[in-house]
Design a protein. Structure first.
Length: 90
């Protein structure tokens, strides 16, 4: 949702890093979910990678949170996801 909303911002160039991280984070989360659902040997590794992607995305979205509600919500969701992934990896 955030990457699509960023495309509607006035200064898209300023949002480029946010858009890329949003998309990469979403892909990392989907991959982690698939691996974790199978309970394979890389589950913990994928959870840690997902948590790192979510943290990076949250940090970038927080830069824009005061101007864009979608970035504030995304940062919040990413922090929640990162915490959950770290717990599952432990």
């Amino acid at each position: 949702m955030c990457s699509d909303a960023c495309l509607d911002e006035k200064d898209i160039a300023m949002m480029r890093s946010c858009i890329r991280l949003d998309r990469d984070c979403a892909d990392a989360c989907v991959a982690a979910i698939r691996v974790m659902s199978r309970g394979g040997p890389l589950s913990a590794e994928m959870c840690r990678a997902c948590a790192e992607a979510c943290e990076a995305c949250a940090m970038e979205c927080e830069k824009h949170a005061s101007m864009s509600e979608h970035c504030r919500l995304c940062a919040e969701a990413c922090r929640t996801c990162a915490d959950a992934c770290r717990q599952m990896a432990a």
